[in-house]
Design a protein around this ligand. Structure first.
Ligand SMILES: N[C@@H](CCC(=O)N[C@@H](CS)C(=O)NCC(=O)O)C(=O)O
Length: 218
């Protein structure tokens, strides 16, 4: 475990912050949480920009080692502090599948979720059927990936599940109908239960409901 607590610059509703926080809990890492309100520009101060020129949350400071991008932080946590490699397997093929799912989430699933909801959340725009269709297509791909598997990259929970579950928690809180994707529905319920000891309801569901309240204000 680190000599001094790892600092995590975060905001409770931020999806990538939620996945990093659940990963830390699963590994027994105590984080020093530094509330960083991006709505009030706390990520644009000279000190923050010096630390992370891209001014995103989450950003981690492990005794002077600075890292951002949630999926990179999750991998680092397992590599540096995991008692075993189950959340991010060392076996090349198993790890490759986890990496593929993480990249699928970053570049496709979460991206399409953002393409639909960011304009509604922060610009007051209307629901876009074309963006919803694209999101459904990505959920269908996830459904196929889950065929014959309990978790997204195999039989055990990995950081790919912890990344992807956050997107599903948002869709559930926003009332998006994903019920046609049967494997996804079953996996989501299984992953929620698996993550419950690591703060699923508090961190992930709680954060998603804060985001959903922004949606209702529009
Ligand atoms: N791909 C990044 C996304 C980080 C990100 O864009 N976070 C948002 C909050 S959810 C943010 O910091 N927005 C403020 C900004 O980009 O200036 C990750 O997974 O960490």
């Amino acid at each position: 475990m680190p000599t001094q607590p790892i600092k995590l610059y975060y905001l409770p509703p931020s999806p990538p912050c939620r996945s990093v926080m659940m990963t830390a809990r699963a590994l027994g890492i105590d984080l020093e949480l530094v509330l960083t309100n991006i709505m009030e520009g706390q990520h644009k101060t000279p000190e923050y920009i010096k630390m992370n020129p891209q001014h995103t949350i989450p950003t981690m400071d492990d005794n002077g080692f600075i890292l951002w991008e949630s999926r990179a932080i999750m991998s680092y946590f397992v590599n540096a502090y995991g008692r075993d490699d189950s959340l991010y397997p060392r076996n090349p093929r198993q790890r490759a599948l986890v990496d593929q799912r993480l990249n699928f989430d970053l570049g496709t699933l979460y991206k399409r979720y953002m393409d639909l909801y960011v304009p509604m959340l922060f610009k007051g725009e209307a629901y876009n059927d074309e963006a919803a269709e694209k999101l459904n297509e990505a959920l269908d791909w996830l459904n196929i990936m889950l065929g014959g598997r309990a978790f997204v990259a195999g039989d055990n929970l990995t950081i790919a599940d912890i990344s992807i579950v956050v997107t599903l928690s948002n869709l559930e809180a926003f009332g998006f109908d994903y019920s046609a994707h049967e494997n996804v529905v079953k996996w989501f319920e299984r992953t929620k239960k698996t993550l419950e000891p690591y703060g699923y309801a508090e961190i992930d569901q709680g954060g998603a409901h804060i985001l959903a309240s922004f949606l209702k204000k529009e």
